[in-house]
Design a protein around this ligand. Structure first.
Ligand SMILES: [Cu+2]
Length: 422
């Protein structure tokens, strides 16, 4: 069967023209803190990716081919082949507004051709409304300036880049275990390439982590640690902290937004679909596909998921290559009318370089929040915004240092390879 993989990597980058206008609004940070240690200049980049023209021959075990020429200079380039043979290539930079930003993400399953996945990916907001109604922080606006220099112990088994970014490999447990009837069972351990940075915002330390698995999955997550902000309130809005019940630490939400600019083998041909499975209290379930032709807001449902698919890019079975997005671990915070950006779990917008943050967007040429980016445009180059909430009810164990609480979502390959690539 015919397989054709378009391999012209998109090179139109987000950053052009944006780097200079970094007058971020002062994000309302949690508490007055010592000035954060500033680190990391923007990444130097070559202006162009090298397009690799690629003739195709379609077998599931097509030969690995030459990767594109390096799209960024060495300190900002990550190129790791994991123990199972899967390879991830990407660039990182520390942007003032969004902090750690990953670009030009390319995945090469063992024995297969490289496929570009993301043009860029970064945090797009951490909205922290407290349960009594105030304060209501927008913790991202100048995140890059709050990057913490990492110690060797902060980056176990890995390498630190420009002090503030850790690149390491981590075990992820069983990739599979299959028992044979009359054969010995087979199993394999999986691993992740992990890229992370830590940011000090008020009393909180945020860990921004990206795990790139050897099966092609991507897991972005944020860990909140450091110290509780010390906001006290009444019993109805908090939890007793300290001896007795004299002081109530206030509960609050961390509504984390990510912005993912998918480009499956370049920006053309990328389409976003939503999948639902109708049927409740019935024996049958039926697949329902909704294709987003225009910008959209979407809500989580337990079995709902989305994918970005490029029908011009096929695996060896002739199925279109896609990445699936699952957002099922959110507390689904919904704010008041003035915070309409909290009222959906996934937004799909047409790419615009000045749409950078989900709220308190710093670029005056664009609207101020992601709900307003959705204004009916036809989608040609879709960008996904993912909103994951976590409701933090403090407990005694949060004192001090506060244990990390994690929140995130999953991006998994769907028909990128014709079989388990492990
Ligand atoms: Cu918290």
């Amino acid at each position: 069967m015919t397989v054709f993989l378009r391999l012209a990597l998109s090179c139109a980058m987000l950053t052009g023209g944006l780097g200079a206008a970094q007058t971020a609004p002062a994000a309302q940070a949690s508490h007055a803190m010592p000035a954060a240690r500033v680190s990391a200049a923007p990444a130097a980049r070559t202006p162009q990716d090298t397009a690799v023209a690629q003739a195709s021959q379609g077998t599931a075990v097509a030969q690995a081919v030459r990767a594109p020429a390096a799209p960024c200079s060495a300190p900002y380039r990550i190129d790791r082949t994991l123990p199972n043979g899967a390879r991830w290539q990407l660039c990182w930079e520390m942007r003032n507004i969004e902090g750690l930003t990953l670009t030009k993400v390319v995945y090469t399953p063992k024995g297969n051709r490289p496929v570009s996945v993301l043009r860029s990916a970064a945090l797009a907001q951490i909205h922290v409304p407290y349960d009594s109604g105030s304060p209501r922080y927008h913790d991202i606006g100048a995140l890059g300036s709050t990057a913490i220099p990492l110690l060797a112990a902060d980056c176990p088994g890995g390498e630190r880049r420009e002090q503030s970014v850790c690149v390491t490999t981590r075990a992820r447990g069983h990739a599979y275990l299959k028992s044979g009837y009359e054969e010995p069972s087979v199993s394999a351990q999986g691993s992740d390439l992990v890229v992370f940075a830590a940011f000090q915002v008020g009393w909180y330390t945020y860990l921004a982590e990206w795990a790139f698995s050897d099966d092609g999955a991507i897991t972005p997550r944020v860990g909140a640690t450091g110290s509780l902000a010390g906001s006290t309130t009444t019993a109805g809005h908090g939890w007793p902290i300290g001896v007795g019940s004299a002081t109530f630490e206030e509960s609050h939400s961390h509504n984390v937004f990510w912005r993912l600019d998918f480009d499956i083998q370049g920006k053309s041909g990328d389409v976003v679909e939503q999948y639902d499975f109708s049927g409740s209290r019935t024996a049958k379930r039926k697949l329902k596909r909704t294709t987003f032709t225009r910008e959209a807001k979407a809500l989580n449902r337990r079995t709902r998921w989305w994918r970005v698919v490029d029908r011009g890019v096929r695996n060896a079975d002739g199925h279109p290559v896609s990445w699936e997005l699952n957002n099922s671990d959110s507390s689904q915070y919904r704010g008041p009318a003035g915070e309409a950006f909290t009222r959906a779990d996934v937004y799909v917008t047409g790419y615009r370089s000045c749409e950078r943050l989900a709220s308190v967007n710093p670029a005056p040429r664009c609207a101020g929040s992601v709900d307003r980016y959705v204004n009916g445009e036809r989608l040609t180059d879709p960008v996904l915004w993912v909103n994951v909430g976590y409701h933090h009810v403090p407990r005694d164990e949060d004192a001090d240092p506060m244990p990390t609480h994690w929140q995130g979502f999953r991006v998994t390959p769907r028909d990128v390879t014709a079989k388990n690539p492990h």
